[in-house]
Design a protein around this ligand. Structure first.
Ligand SMILES: Nc1ncnc2c1ncn2[C@@H]1O[C@H](COP(=O)(O)OP(=O)(O)O)[C@@H](O)[C@H]1O
Ligand SMILES: [Mg+2]
Length: 250
């Protein structure tokens, strides 16, 4: 079965257990959500899945084959792409060059990289921004450029670390629609880290909840919505609350 899998991942930072036997899988054509309070270990898990952080224990598997020990650029070449909290674009370069450089880094010729960059900007819906300097864009556009760049080379998987942070509700809804299209139109497996639980419940096929480095719930949105365990993790109490309250707590 095709999947990107975190198999019992533990990570310790000088005594602090950032992840404890965490498991999740991402499958082509589906959006998996990863939620949990600040410091739960979400970014650390993405770092492990993409080769930026070595696990203390456990394995990352792509279609059953271990990725542990590969450098980030090697993981990327195998089709596992990511975005970062805070963008990390080449700020001084035009938007199109941000995508082109990535294409060349993936082994495309310059001409092929330019052609794919143009096609990708079009597909994401930001073709008019091609010649703008990346560092001058509003962050909503910057996030879409980062996603376009991550889609260069048509990765099988894309991991998005809080792409909607700071967005208004309409901006986040537009982004959610783009994320669904990545799964359905490109048959890409998407992992979505997001603080807005409502957005995750609406966008994801499957949701994994991390708390203090451990997976405390894993299932379809209805299961997460109904989970007392998740409520406890977010609110620190068994309060009789509805989900909208849970969102406000974010
Ligand atoms: N490089 C690091 N060195 C030491 N501690 C780290 C490092 N990266 C993350 N941590 C710690 O690991 C825990 C999980 O962090 P993180 O994965 O960033 O959480 P999240 O993305 O869910 O907010 C936090 O306690 C954080 O302070
Ligand atoms: Mg994080």
């Amino acid at each position: 079965m095709r999947q990107l899998e975190a198999d019992n991942i533990s990570v310790a930072f000088a005594g602090l257990k950032a992840l404890s036997e965490a498991r999740l899988s991402v499958t082509p054509g589906h959006v998996t959500g990863l939620i949990g309070p600040n410091g739960a270990g979400k970014t650390t898990l993405v770092n492990v899945l993409t080769g930026f952080q070595a696990p203390t224990e456990g394995a990352v598997k792509l279609d059953g084959e271990s990725l542990v020990g590969l450098a980030p650029h090697q993981v990327r070449r195998r089709g596992v792409a990511r975005t970062f909290q805070g963008g990390r674009l080449f700020r001084e370069l035009p938007v199109i060059d941000n995508l082109e450089v990535t294409g060349v880094g993936l082994g495309l010729s310059r001409a092929a990289a330019v052609a794919e960059a143009q096609a990708m900007l079009d597909w994401v819906g930001i073709a008019p921004l091609a010649d703008r300097i990346a560092g001058t864009l509003p962050y909503t556009d910057e996030r879409r450029v980062a996603i376009g760049r991550a889609l260069m080379g048509r990765p099988g998987y894309i991991l998005l670390d809080e792409p909607a942070a700071g967005m208004s509700a309409p901006e986040a809804a537009e982004l959610a629609a783009l994320i669904r299209r990545i799964a359905t139109e490109l048959n890409c497996g998407v992992l979505l880290i997001e603080h807005n639980v409502g957005l995750v419940l609406e966008t994801c096929d499957h949701i994994v909840v991390l708390d203090s480095g451990a997976v405390i719930e894993d299932g379809p949105p209805e299961q997460i919505r109904a989970s007392e365990t998740v409520r406890h993790a977010y609110m620190g109490t068994a309060a009789d609350s509805t989900l909208p309250v849970l969102e406000v707590m974010q």
